[in-house]
Ligand binder design. Structure first.
Ligand code: FES
Ligand code: FES
Length: 163
């Protein structure tokens, strides 16, 4: 078990979107705050801060996680992908295109978490049914859209990624 004196910071190394970072962090710092405040990756949002809404979803070593649920120190040595890591050469990722084309967002606050969860869902299951999409996104809350267009966007993205 890691023992740290009060006020002491801990060195961590993480690879985020392909870039290696070394930083000293408070042991109590949440991963989402590390990404936003230390690395300036503010595409990852904080909605509830209590593992409920999914706005903070990222990929940690290839698995989708709610980054408000873990401490930055627990990510030491990990590979992380955030929403900023999906587009290549300023070109939107096909999932981002599908969300845009299907009007799957209104305020956009949930969108980066939805897209990261979709990325994971489609990696695990490239051709999901509507029911599987709804099930795969059940940990991500949207207060605006009613979900219909989000589900349409995910099904559309699955087609785009398979052709
Ligand atoms: S901010 Fe992490 S689940 Fe809501
Ligand atoms: S688009 Fe506003 S919360 Fe989902």
């Amino acid at each position: 078990m890691l023992v740290v004196n009060q006020g002491e910071k801990v060195k961590i190394k993480v690879k985020v979107n392909g870039v290696l970072y070394e930083r000293y962090v408070s042991p109590r710092m949440l991963l989402v705050d590390f990404l936003r405040e230390e690395l300036g990756l503010t595409g990852t949002k904080v909605g509830c801060d209590t593992t409920t809404c999914g706005a903070c979803t990222i990929l940690l070593n290839g698995k989708s996680v709610k980054s408000c649920t873990i401490f930055a120190v627990q990510a030491d040595g990990a590979e992380i992908t955030t929403i900023e890591g999906l587009s290549v050469d300023s070109k939107l990722h096909p999932i981002q295109e599908a969300f845009k084309d299907n009007f799957a967002l209104q305020c956009g606050f949930c969108t980066s978490g939805m897209i990261m969860q979709t990325y994971f869902l489609l990696k695990e299951n490239p051709n999901p049914t509507e029911e599987e999409v709804r099930d795969g996104l059940h940990g991500n809350i949207c207060r605006c859209t009613g979900y219909q267009n989000i589900v349409k966007a995910v099904l559309d993205a699955s087609k785009r990624l398979r052709t």
